[in-house]
Design a protein around this ligand. Structure first.
Ligand SMILES: *Cc1c(COP(=O)(O)O)cnc(C)c1O
Length: 367
């Protein structure tokens, strides 16, 4: 079986984790600090604050903005459920804008149309490894004095015109097991805002500014040195990881080009893609359903996934909530029925790639 995602660790991780175990310093300590410094530098920001997962990371970002009840956050409905859950946990109102077909991310024009007097923040999601159009979204945010929280859980170090994901205002990342970088569970927040960074560090540690000096009702959002030990070597190798993913993606895009009803993912000009997922669209014109393709892939020993099978607001539990404002998102509503992701991770071999392409062409009856 070629899995849709695969995690492997090397001797560098084993060594650093083992030396951390032997040091006895297994909670937040010097390795977390080292990881934060490395991550901030690679992101081109002043501060990185490591936390225990990518969902609390989003929650902490919203909490740091000190919103009032009824304040609105505009986000994408085409995302992992954590994006919406974080907004609701932080006590804000979720408002949805539509997405673009080319990058699967928030459409700035649609964002603009959803702004009200209660809007306080925009939370774009950089899906599959490519950033949303942050240049336009930042411009809109500045015009309306809104904050921006980039949900970059899937797009570590992707960029637009050289500006990295998470470098615009507040950035939130995840290191869950399936992400491009992993600590099992983990997250990090990036920002250039000194005051927000300080608030986040205090909030993460029970609201404690100095020993037993509590300045707010905080939380325990801390990452551990064991987790940092697992990810520091991956961070050192990260550019190679992305190269391997890109090689697989380029092969698929070349081999699967020009097939009616099969849309390969686009890399928008002036952006880089870190290929967290390689996501195809199966449109009506193909004559098959994505379910059929997924079954053909399974029969051929190939993992695949629908990320995501529904828009987040389509689940019944979010209907009829006053803090979830559902509106028409025609592009997202169509695209969500068409997407299927295939294995693009660094452990897909060239033989695997060929097998995957052949299986897809067979399913579509293409020579
Ligand atoms: C994974 C993910 C999250 C949540 O991260 P966790 O570390 O799993 O809590 C949030 N948003 C998106 C888009 C994700 O893919």
């Amino acid at each position: 079986m070629i899995p849709i995602s695969q995690v492997k660790f090397g001797p560098e991780e084993e060594e650093l984790v083992l030396s951390t175990l032997r040091s006895g310093m297994v909670a937040q300590g010097p390795l977390v600090k080292q990881f934060e410094d490395m991550f901030a530098e690679k992101s081109g920001v002043k501060h990185a604050i490591a936390v225990n997962n990518g969902t609390t990371s989003l929650v902490a970002c919203i909490q740091a903005l000190r919103l009032n009840p009824g304040d609105e956050v505009i986000t994408s409905p085409f995302t992992f459920i954590a994006t919406l859950n974080a907004i609701l946990e932080a006590g804000a109102v979720a408002v949805f804008a539509d997405i673009n077909e080319d990058d699967f991310n928030l459409d700035p024009k649609s964002v603009q149309s959803r702004i009200t007097s209660r809007t306080k923040a925009i939370m774009p999601v950089h899906l599959y490894g490519q950033m949303a159009d942050m240049e336009s979204i930042s411009k809109i945010a500045n015009q309306h004095s809104l904050r921006v929280i980039e949900d970059s859980a899937q797009s570590h170090f992707a960029s637009q015109k050289g500006n990295k994901a998470g470098s615009f205002d507040l950035g939130s990342f995840s290191f869950y097991a399936t992400k491009n970088l992993t600590t099992g569970e983990g997250g990090i927040i990036t920002t250039n805002d000194d005051e927000i960074a300080e608030q986040l560090r205090i909030m993460r540690n029970q609201g404690m500014k100095q020993r037993y000096q509590y300045v707010m009702a905080g939380h325990n959002y801390r990452m551990t040195d064991l987790q940092a030990a697992l990810v520091i070597p991956q961070l050192t190798r990260y550019d190679n990881t992305v190269s391997a993913r890109t090689k697989n993606a380029d092969f698929y895009s070349q081999e699967l080009a020009g097939i009616p009803g099969l849309v390969t993912p686009q890399v928008v000009p002036e952006r880089t893609h870190v290929w967290h997922q390689y996501t195809l669209r199966i449109t009506k014109e193909s004559g098959i359903t994505r379910q059929f393709l997924s079954e053909q892939l399974t029969d051929a020993g190939i993992g695949s996934g629908f990320y995501y099978p529904k828009l987040v607001f389509e689940y019944e539990t979010y209907q009829n909530r006053p803090d979830v404002i559902i509106s028409d998102c025609p592009v997202a509503e169509k695209v969500v029925t068409e997407v299927i992701s295939i294995p693009v991770h660094p452990y897909v071999s060239s033989k695997d790639r060929e097998h995957i392409v052949k299986t897809i062409k067979n399913a579509l009856d293409v020579k």
